[in-house]
Design a protein around this ligand. Structure first.
Ligand code: ADP
Ligand code: ADP
Ligand code: ZN
Ligand code: ZN
Length: 742
């Protein structure tokens, strides 16, 4: 086995021919300001090459079904192992996936019930809700059923002729209209409110209700509800987008009346171990379940109990003890998803793997971070190489080695600026060393609120019937350990007051959307070039006569290869520059129209003299995104960057005072950039907005005008308010302890 992962001449994204040797079997943390190139090195170069090499070992047929890795631009990478990527992408939208199934804990629990259950049961797939042998027949193992939301079907103030039936296809002129209006049973001109209740029931349900009517509808009469369910719900057709939308509008999910959400058939639901059903165990907090299964004394199942116990304890160690195995994974937060994925790999007996983590501390209170770092160390001690992109000093402190990429963001970054120990980093004079020494001061002069926004009787998830005043037009930070109820309280605020959520979801799914298209400055850019060149503005558009005739302004030529991946080659006529030579000759401050794609927003503000361009871009710059290139597809932005783009939009566009809610805006932010983020939050407040932020970052907490601290523990041990007031008086809670220790 080689001792190092050797990288020579890495050039992915902004990397500048970077050379580095990383020790195998060690824990390396990658630091550097946001946009410096950490992800480009760790994910887009190292993990991508490792993934690519692994795929190469499979035959083409299998390879086509594996995740695609784009081969990085490097001269050499050697010493890699199979890679496991543990990022914050949420765990799929699959309703059949639960915390139990994804961690394999459920497999052991099923085994336990099949071998030690009363009555004695036999096969373990009888407890699987994804297997016909175990699933509830009414909900097919989903725990929920979709039912008609009948109250949304009709507009009682209208007559049939006016379109009282709101379902598509049932209104006047619709395909089904005459089946109701023209059969002589109903008066199409009278508003439904003036019908008898029997008449309305007959319209909806037909059958017996119809039989009770004076005027009998035809024999094959089908009520509106029956017909809707037959066409939309009890069909095996592939659903069109329009049908899907209709279903969403006119139905709702409810807990399955047969299994009450346990997802299992009757035999599986009623078997017990230690007097408890498997459904009861699925609803217990993992901490309690771990204690319970230790009581199983049957020696025949000792290995199963041991394996299940290991799995549950790993979840507790990583700060997930407050979850239950039955929790559907699509409802987990990004940080929770990442920790669940970590547990899955902890139990693996593979060694000499390459584990790559993206900010594993996201969503973790300082109080919970120690268990995460212990876990990273355990993975390393099993003989794996662990690479972690992370801004949190607590993680840097336990690294065997720190690699800093910098010195700056974007084109100003992409180089190795430090490699060595955490102590060495402190005196290395890099952006990270400087940030480690600086601290945001405690806010001793909080801004006075202008009124309050009250959340009343909040009971969502674990909230213990909270009524709380959020001060208006100041910065409030919601704090508390993971699972204490911060997101639940924020969701309640949104539900009761229609707040605007600035989240980390993608800004755009369109690959052609860039900072230029997003800010709408494309026209101003073309006019600027037209003024300087004397050419018509249209010539500077990539779909005009000024575009390269061979690639039609795309810069690349696609070749479709029937059995292999399509090929994308740089256009040989324009060398990817997208315009004709005639157009490219014209320059503004030394820049051709093709140079703009590579220009950063900050540089554009300096070098493109135009008021409209300035107005469009300066908010992105103020939100700390000055390092983005004008031509960078918005689909390549990280979650944190998407969130800052949304903040910039609000800075620019919001005219009325609004209520903003942000969940961990420091995600992906270097310590140095947190000052810029606080600046943006302050600007929102100065514009008269109310800002509520969920945060663990101590700099943000110190800067708050008002703190609402939740806890004391996670899940049902939390959901209470421990403190509300200025940050200077916060005492006696886990958050206070973390502040004082920092
Ligand atoms: P970090 O992880 O340090 O925040 P990144 O490696 O994500 O930085 O980004 C380094 C630079 O490369 C930034 O200027 C970023 O905008 C750019 N970049 C990142 N991903 C892509 C991509 N897929 N295509 C083009 N540019 C990218
Ligand atoms: P925090 O934001 O402080 O980490 P949350 O508000 O996300 O905490 O969670 C509080 C409690 O509610 C936790 O026990 C969590 O598992 C539970 N919870 C959160 N979301 C859901 C959900 N969609 N379904 C069921 N339980 C949930
Ligand atoms: Zn069911
Ligand atoms: Zn071309």
């Amino acid at each position: 086995m080689p001792k190092f992962i050797r990288i020579r001449g890495a050039r992915t994204n902004n990397l500048k021919n970077l050379d580095v040797d990383l020790q195998r079997g060690r824990l390396t943390v990658f630091a550097g300001v946001s946009g410096s190139g950490k992800s480009s090195l760790v994910f887009d170069t190292i993990a991508a090459e490792a993934g690519h090499q692994l795929n190469e070992t499979f035959p083409p047929f299998t390879r086509n079904r594996l995740p695609r890795w784009t081969r990085p631009e490097t001269d050499e990478i050697a010493g890699l192992s199979p890679v496991v990527l543990i990022d914050q992408r949420r765990i799929g939208g699959n309703a059949r996936s639960t915390v139990g199934t994804i961690t394999d804990a459920w497999t052991y629990l099923r085994l336990l019930f099949s071998r030690a259950g009363t009555p004695y049961v036999g096969e373990s797939n009888r407890f699987s809700f994804n297997d016909p042998a175990g699933m509830c027949p009414s909900c097919s193992g989903l725990g929920e059923i979709v039912v008609s939301a009948v109250e949304r079907f009709l507009d009682l103030d209208k007559s049939l002729a006016d379109g009282a039936i709101l379902l598509p296809g049932f209104g006047n002129g619709g395909y089904w209209y005459s089946q109701y209006a023209d059969i002589g049973a109903f008066d199409p001109a009278t508003p439904l409110r003036d019908w008898t209740p029997d008449e309305r029931a007959a319209l909806l349900y037909g059958g017996e209700h119809a039989a009770r009517l004076g005027v009998r509808p035809p024999k094959d009469y089908e009520g509106v509800v029956e017909r809707f369910e037959r066409i939309y719900l009890h069909t095996s057709d592939d659903l069109s987008d329009r049908k899907r939308e209709t279903i969403e509008r006119f139905t709702r999910s409810q807990t399955c009346p047969d299994c009450h959400g346990d997802r299992l058939n009757e035999a599986a639901r009623t078997a017990t171990v230690l007097g408890r059903t498997i459904g009861e165990m699925a609803r217990m907090e993992i901490t309690e379940l771990a204690a319970l299964v230790e009581e199983v004394s049957d020696p025949a199942v000792a290995p199963v109990v041991a394996a299940l116990g290991d799995k549950l304890r790993a979840m507790i160690t990583i700060g997930l003890g407050y979850l239950h195995l039955g929790r559907a994974t699509p409802t987990l937060s990004g940080g929770e998803s990442q920790r669940v994925k970590t547990v899955k790999h902890l139990g693996s007996s593979l060694v000499e793997m390459l584990y790559v983590f993206d900010e594993p501390t996201v969503g973790l209170h300082p109080h919970d971070i120690a268990s995460m770092t212990a876990l990273l160390q355990r993975l390393r001690d099993k003989g794996n190489t662990v690479l972690v992109v992370e801004h949190d000093p607590a993680v840097m402190a336990i690294a065997d080695e720190i690699v800093e990429i910098g010195p700056d963001a974007g084109a100003g970054g992409g180089r190795l600026v430090f490699q060595g120990s955490f102590d060495g980093l402190r005196s290395a004079g890099t952006a990270t060393s400087a940030a480690l020494a600086a601290r945001t001061p405690l806010n001793t002069a909080p801004r006075p609120p202008k009124g309050v926004i009250t959340v009343t009787g909040a009971t969502r998830n674990n909230l213990q019937n909270l009524t709380v005043d959020v001060p208006a037009q100041v910065l409030t930070v919601l704090t508390g350990v993971a699972g204490s109820g911060k997101s639940s309280l924020a969701a309640e605020l949104v539900a009761q007051h229609d707040a605007i959520v600035l989240d980390q979801r993608p800004v755009s799914v369109n690959r052609r959307s860039t900072p230029v298209t997003y800010t709408g400055i494309a026209g101003a850019v073309r006019k600027l070039f037209a003024r300087h060149s004397g050419l018509p503005a249209g010539m500077f558009s990539a779909n005009s006569a000024g575009a390269c005739p061979d690639c039609k302004g795309l810069g690349v030529i696609y070749t479709d290869l029937a059995f292999m991946d399509g090929q994308e080659n740089v256009c040989e006529t324009c060398h990817g520059r997208r315009f004709t030579d005639e157009v490219l000759r014209h320059r503004v401050n030394g820049l051709s129209i093709a140079d703009l794609d590579d220009l950063t927003i900050a540089d554009a503000l300096d070098r493109l003299p135009d008021r409209h361009i300035r107005d469009g871009l300066r908010h992105l710059d103020r939100a700390g995104l000055g390092y983005l290139r004008l031509g960078q597809p918005l689909t390549t932005l990280s979650g944190g960057e998407c969130q800052r783009v949304k903040m910039a939009r609000e800075l620019r566009e919001a005219t009325e005072p609004a209520l903003y809610v942000l969940d961990e805006p420091t995600t992906g932010l270097h310590l140095r950039d947190i000052a810029a983020l606080l600046g943006v939050l302050d600007q929102l407040v100065e514009q008269g907005h109310t800002v509520v932020v969920i945060e663990h970052n101590l700099d943000v907490i110190r800067h708050a005008d008002w703190i609402i601290d939740l806890g004391p523990g996670p899940g049902r041990h939390g959901g209470r308010i421990l403190y509300q007031g200025p940050v200077t008086d916060l005492k006696g809670t886990a958050t206070a302890a973390a502040l004082h220790a920092d």
